[in-house]
Design a protein around this ligand. Sequence first.
Ligand code: F6R
Length: 604
Amino acid sequence: MCGIVGYLGKKNTKEILLNGLKELEYRGYDSAGIAVLENGNFSNFKAVGKLVNLEEKTKNYSTDGFSAGIGHTRWATHGKPTELNAHPHVGQSSYVVHNGIIENYAKLKKELINDGIKFLSQTDTEVIVHQFEKNLNSASNTFEAFSKTISELDGAYAILLVTKSQPDTIFFAKHGSPMLVGTNNESEQYFASSDTPLIGHCNEVNYFEDGDYGYVSSNNITIFDKDKNKKEPIFSKLSQNKLSAQKDGFRFFMEKEIYEQSDVISDTLMGRLDDDEIIFNELDKKIFDDINEIKLCACGTSYHSAMSASYLFERYSKIRTSLEIASEFRYRNPIMSKDTLFVVISQSGETADTLETLKMAKQAGLKTLVICNVDNSSMVRLADYCILTRAGIEKGVASTKAFATQVTIFWMLSLYIAKLKNSLSVDEISKQISLLREIPTHVKVTDDMHERIKRLSKRYLHGHGFFFIGRDIFYPLALEGALKLKEISYLHAEGYPSGEMKHGPIALADPELFTIALLPQNLLYEKSKNNVEELSARDSTICAISSKEFDKADDFIQISECKDYMLEFFEMMIVVQLLSLEISARLGNDVDMPRNLAKSVTVE
Ligand code: F6R
């Protein structure tokens, strides 16, 4: 989803903006641009597609003194990904970048057109700069015009604006979309949508709250809150430990992230496992007092991990668990009772739909918990409690290690609650904990396994569709396998409960229907096998994933003999991730940045 950067200072503004945008690439985008105000003159560059195109356009441009610059990566919402629609958007003497959606833009645009303003783009964003310049005509100063403009906008936004009428300043506003400002000892000011572009440049950062707006000059940060009261920035230290975001010799970030899962899961487990209990220092055991239900709410891959959790919570913690897709939950006037613990799951912590449900739960007075990968993200700051997944920065748009660490957390959390509620014996909890310790070994990618999947993938590049099927907790894994495949291969894939195929989808069975069958030895093996046999009898092409050879399958990917179904779950997770990756790579797709997708979905 769109990314924003801003810089005020004497260094090479162009490089700082472009490098900042590179750090935000993972959010997904289809065009990019920058605008820099130096010595009273603007320079503006835009390009469709990847940042290299923008780099090419700016290669003969540089700054050599104090300047104010803003930059943007755009993920199209209103209007196609074209240069005209790319940000920054221009007025007579100002430029603006924006992440989010201006809901009342059509009304404002109509009024501005009636006033004689000519619009260059189809975007909602362009109204901001024209509205600001309209207000500037009657305002006593630039900030008054800016504040008036912000008060006239409905919707979600993070906005940066630079104008000739106050050339040493960047104006900002934040409501519903993430943004922070960072500073250092050299009187430089940096803005960004997340902290990664600021690492190495700033020592302290202020995360804006919803409703914050104001302006920044080289020695001053002025912030007003949603009630128009002036407030001081709240600075926190920014880690200088820049995580290596390079591919480390892998072809794709997604591949690197699949291989990293063993290490990151070790980090997820670190310090949280005792012999017979799970330690979550970040939780207060009291949150489970008077709780009769857990409600899990998320989108996409995070929703699939939530679904896995629903099996574990009911099986081990013996607590009623319900599951919600965030975009559905928001608008269906759900019943929220105070004996429910509301849990949101999000890699980014910024997904607009999920964030909104968290706000709803808080408003209804529910206890809230977020399982998240990004510290200081909006959800982490809002929820009562937070468990960080510790997966590290995930750059591939298709989520892999975030999912793996979320499921690991949920397995731990189910045991944590089981201990509190005495729903499992001490021996059983100890046994489960020793299984948890084995996950990192089971998710190591072996050369043999990867080679086999690479070879097999060439047989799965066509067909009229894929069904990933599984039972119990392997059903959410089937959903996740299908989501991975469709995201990066653009082939149609569905996840289905194995036992449900005969109630309709089996009508599709023929040799061109590819069934990826998850057949764990330790959970409902015979039942799952029967379901696959039904498909095999109808000539569907079957690829079985199991530790035991299955003679009715056309292809077979062998996982190791595991002591427990959860370890089979993690091994099969690696298989479905690699299978999607290899199919996508063979099809020549952009594995890390698939078309139409964004890493952080900050619009609803
Ligand atoms: C799939 C994927 C998306 C995200 C979804 C929620 O590979 O990445 O489906 O899982 O957009 O994002 P988060 O977890 O950041 O809330």
